[in-house]
Write a protein that binds this ligand. Structure first.
Ligand code: NAD
Length: 352
């Protein structure tokens, strides 16, 4: 079939490789900035202090209260600190939670952002900001939230706990799988998505065996970058909508929710997106849903929404919220089908 597509790409400046953090001060100067506020989650405070010292006088302070799903109240506190310290740019250290805070601030101030990404969520290369207020998560897509510089230094990810690593790796794979059947997929995002999945499928089991293996960590960051890039470039569908609902309205942990849902949403779409998913189905032994389930089990990822703390009595409301607004998906969506899919994910039934 003759190709026919629209290709757009987000601007990116990526410093990739072990040791690349050493270039951060030059990157801040390159942006014309000299007063960086460093952001992190509370548990990464010490790492943020260490990074602040590496800024060679270009840092003005640290705000380490970033939280998952980017609560607006936290953003407002961080904005006050940013103004009080006279900061002129943001340096974010961490995963999607810290990065979400930086993006929320950039959306309000247009502050330049340098991100040192240490999980596999991919937010650092998307112009998407999800933020939460009154238990509702809303999404904004705007060029101002896209970080200006991203540093991928695998040395900083060696201590990422294995449990977080595998869930986060499956979160990255979910971006790529939805990109393959996206309504605006194109040959370039297909290449990136497939390569991302291929690399992650090899590297994640290695991380489970040898968490301090720098090559495995570096390859996983590479896969995560590719998968994050396609997330930021083409539209997502049912899988992301359900995870967004479960995270924003039931406060479920982001990466773990993606890890549990992926085999079920992939199985749901497998027939209707057969051609788009064919190369990745091959990678997972010819059956995508059960292949992904077995892979998740092999690397020790969570397999049930139940273990993430969702009550069975919440499944009805989750299904209602997930179908509230119409959106595109390769297979038509009904409330009944989503409710059934959620039930399977809640109890961890292996897709057939
Ligand atoms: P996270 O950022 O919350 O990180 C998980 C945990 O790992 C945190 O406690 C963090 O402090 C810790 N951690 C991070 N790096 C570490 C390291 N190197 N060593 C040890 N511990 C480390 O989790 P996440 O899954 O990366 O991000 C989730 C958030 O990102 C959600 O709010 C989600 O909505 C958002 N997100 C947004 C996008 C987007 O494009 N807008 C994409 C993906 C995720």
């Amino acid at each position: 079939m003759a190709h026919c597509f629209l290709y757009t790409a987000n601007p990116a400046r990526i410093l990739f490789g072990p040791g690349s953090l050493s270039k951060i001060a030059d990157e801040i100067r390159h942006l014309g900035c000299s007063n960086a506020l460093v952001l992190s989650t509370p548990s990464r405070r010490e790492d943020a202090e260490c990074l602040h010292r590496q800024l060679k006088g270009l840092g003005v302070g640290i705000f380490s209260e970033a939280a998952m799903h980017t609560p607006v109240a936290v953003t407002e506190r961080a904005m006050a600190v940013y103004a009080e310290l006279g900061a002129d740019c943001i340096v974010t250290l961490g995963g999607g939670s810290a990065i979400g805070l930086g993006k929320a601030m950039a959306y309000r101030t247009h502050a330049p952002q340098v991100v040192v990404a240490t999980t596999y969520a991919g937010s650092e290369v998307t112009p998407i900001l999800g933020q939460t207020e009154n238990r509702i998560k809303t999404t904004i897509k705007h060029a101002s939230v896209l970080p200006d510089v991203v540093i991928y230094d695998a040395e900083l990810t060696l201590g990422l706990p294995v449990a977080i690593s595998v869930a986060s790796g499956l979160n990255a794979m979910a971006h790529a799988i939805e990109a393959l059947y996206s309504k605006n997929s194109n040959p370039i995002t297909d290449l990136m998505a497939l390569e991302g999945i291929r690399v992650l499928k090899i590297a994640l089991p290695l991380i489970v065996e040898q968490p301090y293996n720098l090559t495995a960590r570096n390859n996983t960051l590479y896969g995560a970058w590719l998968c994050g890039t396609v997330l930021g470039t083409v539209g997502m569908a049912l899988h992301h909508k359900i995870c967004h609902t479960l995270g924003g309205s039931f406060d479920l942990s982001h990466a773990e929710t993606h890890a549990v849902m992926l085999p079920h949403t992939a199985a749901y779409n497998a027939q209707d997106a057969k051609r788009a998913l064919a190369p990745v189905t091959q990678l997972f032994d010819g059956e995508l849903g059960s292949g992904l389930y077995d892979f998740a089990q092999l690397i020790g990822a969570p397999l049930t929404l139940k273990e993430l703390g969702l009550a069975e009595s919440d499944l009805d409301r989750a299904a209602d919220l997930a179908v509230e607004n119409a959106y595109w998906n390769p297979r038509p969506i009904t409330r009944e089908a989503v409710r059934e899919l959620l039930q399977h994910a809640w109890s961890g039934t292996r897709p057939t």
